[in-house]
Design a protein around this ligand. Structure first.
Ligand SMILES: Cc1ncc(COP(=O)(O)O)c(C=O)c1O
Length: 379
């Protein structure tokens, strides 16, 4: 894998939960596409469309969609969530059930429905049975449950099958923000009975920012009225002379205009890497590295884990605190780690490490100790 990830040797990159690293093949695809645009313009646009179709097939496989018709390409996770929130028909008194650990994209848009009389309920996930806490907030006015498959701060991995089964039994739409698990863990949108799955490609999928998956089942997207229109979302796409039109029934109905072809080239290349390695192998390697990090934190008396440590309840994120540091102390530590080339994030009031399947953790201990000593933190 080293040839695919020629990272600068002094970087220890543990930030895939924020923005991942492009594999070499993705960088090559982008360079080749730039060169082609410069030399030939869009003379081979049909080939670009072929790549776009290939990407949809890869995304279909990645989330185990029933059909590529269920896959739309949108700008980002937040846009997909907004399309859902503002496409559904709400009644005053409806509620949306979620959690108190969601990234703002999966909270703000639902809170904004307050003006329509829709309330947003956040389950506290800190107890022993987080899924039960979510389910307990649902009642006969719950129209939709929306959760992250893996929580961005704590790294808590949700039992999607259990939540999806509850939603199906209770006629509640089930929306999964899968940005923290696609590319990290195997995913099955049909098995977990998701109605909607949304995820940008720039984290674990090792693609560029600005191109996201928006999966919907045919029944679910029937409930979402359209708010964006253009040449690309009609049934007879490409028939520019037609004066009448109907929106296509496929998820392409959510794509009003020209695709992000540069992003398509890049994400398609990144996904080809996951297919070459195999998602089962990626997941096994990543969970092994996450386990190593969990044990590394647990072995240090000065550190305490925020991420739950039972197998099955975490994915690629390991977040922890230093016992001598408060919030601003962690912010300072984070800055010092970044300066020392240990690329990570300051989340959930601690330090978040997020390796990927190809990561090498051998230099971590030394780099960490150097920073801790230089920071003069009492140990
Ligand atoms: C769980 C989760 N959802 C959504 C986002 C943001 O997604 P986007 O920028 O694609 O809207 C993030 C980014 O960190 C995230 O962690």
């Amino acid at each position: 894998m080293n040839e695919e990830f020629p990272l600068e040797p002094d970087l220890i990159y543990l930030n895939h939960a924020a923005v991942g690293v492009w594999p070499r093949r993705t960088a090559d695809a982008v360079k080749a596409f730039a060169d082609e645009n410069m030399r030939r313009g869009a003379a081979d646009y049909l080939l670009w469309m072929k790549t776009e179709r290939e990407l949809r097939v890869r995304l279909k496989r990645l989330v185990n969609a029933a059909s590529t018709d269920d896959i739309a390409l949108v700008k980002n996770t937040s846009e997909a969530l907004s399309l859902i929130a503002y496409g559904l028909e709400w009644q005053a008194g409806d509620n949306v059930v979620s959690t108190n650990q969601e990234f703002p994209s999966n909270r703000i848009v639902w809170e904004s429905l307050d003006s329509k009389g829709v309330s947003f309920r956040e389950a506290d996930l800190s107890g022993d049975d987080p899924e039960a806490a979510i389910i307990a907030l649902c009642d006969e006015s719950t129209r939709l449950m929306t959760v992250s498959s893996v929580q961005y701060g704590t790294g808590l991995r949700m039992d999607l099958d259990r939540l999806g089964a509850f939603c199906r039994d209770n006629n509640i739409l089930f929306c999964v923000d899968a940005i923290q698990s696609l590319g990290a863990l195997q995913f099955d949108g049909q098995a977990c009975q998701a109605d909607f799955v949304v995820a940008d490609g720039h984290k674990w999928l090792l693609g560029p920012e600005g191109l996201a998956l928006f999966y919907s089942t045919p029944q679910a997207r029937e409930c979402v009225s359209l708010s964006q229109y253009g040449w690309h979302m009609v049934e007879r796409v490409g028939d520019f002379d037609a004066s009448d039109w109907t929106a296509t029934r496929s998820a392409r109905r959510f794509e009003p205009g020209s695709p992000n072809m540069l992003g398509v080239q890049a994400l398609n290349a990144s996904l080809s890497l996951f297919e070459d390695v195999g998602m089962a192998g990626v997941e096994a390697k990543l969970l092994g590295l996450a386990r190593e990090l969990v044990e590394w934190v647990e072995a240090d008396d000065d550190l305490s884990l925020i991420t739950p440590n039972q197998a099955g309840s975490y994915a690629g994120i390991v977040t922890f605190r230093h016992r001598y540091l408060d919030h601003s102390g962690h912010a300072a530590l984070y800055k010092a780690l970044m300066k020392a080339g240990l690329i990570c994030a300051h989340r959930a009031g601690g330090i978040r490490f997020a390796p990927h399947f190809y990561s090498d953790l051998s230099g971590l201990n030394k780099r960490w100790s150097e920073v801790i000593q230089a920071q003069n933190i009492i140990e």
